[in-house]
Design a protein around this ligand. Structure first.
Ligand code: SIN
Ligand code: FE
Length: 295
């Protein structure tokens, strides 16, 4: 995939209620083939109080991100307390609602199948952060959840760089999903009969892991483990300056976050039935490559 296909830039300057149909159609088409939609002039506005909050809100060490569950309003993982925590939660919720408006404007076809998941604030500098290889998002990977099987539900994420110090968030992006899958799929060994059921029974997974989920987790781990591939993969480096918003299907687009501090992120789940091009989705590609149904 060339650089122009990996990234699709759009000039939106305000969080939209609706967008020009030509822009909408171009964005919708690019998203499902596996591009990152980049909005270089779509900033998330912070007032002076919120800028101070962003500087002050460290992670409490329990997880790398601070997250808001929009269903309960509970905000976890921050060192902030009481009133300041409430203001942080309100800021995250405002970002989540704006991100939802953006997705609704660009992808009206997803409406019936779109669920807003957690909103996160990522306050820790990525460069130099230590973690196990499996959790190291500085290595190229596609997202897959070990404990929450998706059974083909998509993972769509909207990010915004809000760093008050002006630092870019640096990603690597690529190669395309089929190239990535073909690289690692030959090493996949199916789980033992009954294993997915057992993982669910003992509470390791919420719901039974489908074959699709097992393959996606394998692809995530196999890529992160393979340092030679990490070095040689056809991926482009991209710098997202503060004030930039970007969105992509992170279960489809291999990505690595190399550096940066202070980003917001909103996760959405999209039902496979809502997709315009299901054959381009990971489930469609993997079922074709494996020659069988995976959910
Ligand atoms: C990731 O999803 O792998 C990390 C992205 C980021 O925090 O920029
Ligand atoms: Fe990721």
């Amino acid at each position: 995939m060339s650089e122009t296909e990996m990234l699709a830039r759009f000039d939106l300057r305000a969080w939209p209620g609706s967008v020009d149909p030509a822009l909408r159609d171009a964005a919708a088409a690019a998203l499902e083939v596996g591009s990152v939609l980049v909005f270089p002039s779509l900033a998330f506005e912070l007032d002076a109080d919120e800028r101070a909050l962003v500087r002050a809100a460290g992670s409490d060490g329990s997880a790398k991100n601070i997250s808001l569950d929009p269903a309960t309003g509970v905000c976890k993982g921050s060192t902030l307390e009481s009133e300041a925590l409430g203001r942080l939660a309100a800021m995250l919720d405002r970002f989540g609602r704006q991100a939802q408006g953006l997705v609704a404007a660009l992808e009206p076809g997803y409406a019936a199948g779109l669920v807003r998941g957690r909103t996160s604030f990522r306050p820790t500098e990525i460069k130099g952060r230590s973690s196990s290889w499996r959790k190291d998002d500085r290595r190229l990977h596609v997202d897959a959840f070990p404990s929450r099987p998706t059974r083909g539900q998509r993972i769509l994420r909207v990010f915004c760089n809000i760093d008050p110090e002006g630092r870019p968030r640096i990603w690597r992006v690529g190669p395309d999903f089929e190239t990535y899958a073909r690289q690692f799929l030959p090493g996949f060994r199916p789980p033992l009969p009954g294993q997915a059921w057992l993982l669910h029974r003992v509470g390791v997974t919420r719901g039974v892991r489908s074959r699709y989920d097992a393959v996606m987790l394998f692809l995530h781990d196999a890529a992160k483990r393979d340092l030679a591939w990490q070095r040689s993969a056809a991926a482009e480096e991209v710098a997202f300056a503060p004030g930039t918003t970007w969105m992509t299907f992170t279960d489809q687009v291999p990505h690595a976050a190399l550096a940066g501090c202070h980003a917001l992120e909103q996760t959405f789940h999209v039902a496979p039935e809502a997709l315009a091009q299901p054959a381009r989705a990971p489930l469609g590609v993997l079922e074709r490559l494996c020659g069988r149904a995976l959910v």
